[in-house]
Design a protein around this ligand. Sequence first.
Ligand code: LLP
Length: 420
Amino acid sequence: MDHFQYKAEELYCEDVPVRLVAEKVGTPCYIYSLATLRHHFLTFDSAFAKARHLTCYSVKANSNIAILKLFGSMGGGVDIVSGGELYRALKANIPSERIVYSGVGKTVEEIDFALREKILMFNIESTQELEQINRRAEAMNTTASVSLRVNPDIDPNTHPYISTGMKKNKFGISTDSALQAFEDAKNLKHINLVGLDCHIGSQLTEVTPFVDALKRLRSLVETLRLRGADISYLDLGGGLGIVYDQEAPPQPHEYARALLQELGDIDCTLIFEPGRVIVGNAGILVTRVLYTKRTKAKNFVITDGAMNDLIRPSLYGSFHGVQPVARNLKETETVDIVGPICESGDFLARDRDLPLSTQGDYLAVMSAGAYGFTMSSNYNSRPRAPEVLVSGDKYFVIRKRETWEDLVRPESIPDFLGGN
Ligand code: LLP
């Protein structure tokens, strides 16, 4: 359920016409619906109401501090993967005891930052990382709480770039090595092993891989407890998919039912790290038609939004619905929707039936709230798009459009070239 609907042939975000925002802030721009964000967070979180749990929203999906603040105010924690994400989380006043830190390559600087802030736990991805965190904790005269991220070797049936729990992936520690890692951890005085963790991939559209991963984790919890481990947290990662096109992913309550059933009476606080399922369908990218061009092979609609704004179609071949902001009954044509970037891989959609577009029309690229802005770049020296949050009949710019000045601000010209 989302709050992007047509009213009298005009696309609205809640009670604000999308055209109005596009005219005021310019295009391309991201627009998010507060009511949808709230609804998705609540739906996910309440699906686990019966279990002791913490929903740690995955910051990488959409890291705007206004959005982090919203989830924090709803009782959420966060899953972070860098010092930058920790910085954002703290800016948004997320309590440090609700922060978990994943990722295979945490640097000393990032580890120190997280130790200083006393986050809830690190999700450990290798033995060397475990030793590094122990050394840093010792240097800082503290103890680090950690979970072992287990790679359960489960195929999540999703795009290979976003599968993370198969043995060929770089993530986590294999189930076999987990026992050894536990023994290692016991000898490290500044490590407190409190949990197990896994995250097997993103945009999963069936529940079975989640349940299979959980089975492996559960039996590992039992084995570790028999060896004296005090496992009080089980982090099941994120990964629940959404509808972009014709997918039929499980609803959060179906996902929760299947997991809770498999968990039985295991006595652990559960942690979840959902990203896409919360923010994906709560955002759109609005772009304007600059030109149309017909060739013998193709019809092109050239927009001011490009792969630097939304890279998912180019990178993963992902489908995003594209809808006219002003719907009319014009005839349709099959088009490629492309941006101004100098690469043939710069497209937002291919071979799409769209009402005939004319210069100046606005188009909405749907389901762009997750991994949209956060994966955007300045390629071709294009300033990154603004982000707008709509609530009811009001809208708020939560990130300004970058300027050309912003693009060159961190750069400098050495004196021998004439200086700045
Ligand atoms: N936890 C960990 C450790 C993760 O690596 C991820 C995502 C999540 C949670 C959140 O997963 P979600 O619930 O959003 O599926 N850029 C790709 C997605 C990459 C996902 C990376 N990890 C895309 O645009 O599809």
